[in-house]
Design a protein around this ligand. Sequence first.
Ligand SMILES: NC(=O)c1ccc[n+]([C@@H]2O[C@H](COP(=O)([O-])OP(=O)(O)OC[C@H]3O[C@@H](n4cnc5c(N)ncnc54)[C@H](OP(=O)(O)O)[C@@H]3O)[C@@H](O)[C@H]2O)c1
Length: 271
Amino acid sequence: MSSFSPDSFGVIGLGRMAQALLFPLLASGLLPPAGVRAAVASQASAERLRAERPELAVSTEAAEAWGCAVALLAVKPQQLEAVAAAAPAPAAGEPPLLISVLAGVTVARLQALFPGHRIVRAVPNTPCLVGAGLTGLAWGEGVSAAQRAWVLQLFARVGEVLELPETQLDAFLALTSSGPAFVALVAEALADGAVAAGLPRQQALHLAGRTLAGSAALLEQQQLHPAQLKDMVSSPGGTTIAGIRALERGGLRSALIEAVLAAAERSRQLG
Ligand SMILES: NC(=O)c1ccc[n+]([C@@H]2O[C@H](COP(=O)([O-])OP(=O)(O)OC[C@H]3O[C@@H](n4cnc5c(N)ncnc54)[C@H](OP(=O)(O)O)[C@@H]3O)[C@@H](O)[C@H]2O)c1
């Protein structure tokens, strides 16, 4: 297999998601900052990013980012048409790779908007920022084995990577990309409960976060089914089962199921 080692990496839209990917990749040494060309929409964002990350070339002109061997596209889906209309056609030669993280936007639509590129559709999540991410990948036509290997190792630097049929990516996004917000809501609500029960706010927030992290570690390290962990903690006539009864009365499970379904549906709509 011939190797693929791009010397330049463009970012079109260096917002929250692109930063959650790019900054750990720079820290890991996989991407040298000198090869990065980033574009944002506003002067204010460009100036703020240049102040925070003086080693990066950040511009409101996307031409240089588009000229790179690999470009990460991370604008909002609503901004896609305008970005595509302004994108220059790639130079002759090996087609550059375009990695899109736009929610719901299909490989077929990306291929139609950026005909001179090889397309990768990626669904990363914000825990990439701390190396605990999840990324789902689907490949467009013509992405070589060497390019796939490079993209896989890129996302592996920031977490776990899964290659999925594209039809599953909306469900994957609903769980893994929207999921951190759902979990954050649970953490905040648990802390509210602890405040209601008498703990100080800061301590309640800290303990809620540690309880979520500890429970996740236990589930993962001991390969427990969630029901096993629930049963481990619920003694007959005890405190936990009293709380679970209240959760069931409040419809927690149904609310979470509907939240994931709503996010998947919205992802399809955005596409
Ligand atoms: N957040 C997540 O967990 C997550 C997960 C998976 C996928 N995604 C996807 O990631 C994408 C970005 O989301 P986000 O939360 O990172 O949004 P965001 O923080 O609003 O970032 C969007 C970025 O795009 C820039 N931009 C807008 N129009 C542009 C243009 N014409 N040329 C160049 N740059 C332009 C913005 O610049 P300004 O700052 O100047 O406006 C900003 O830097 C979305 O498509 C979303 O579906 C997000």
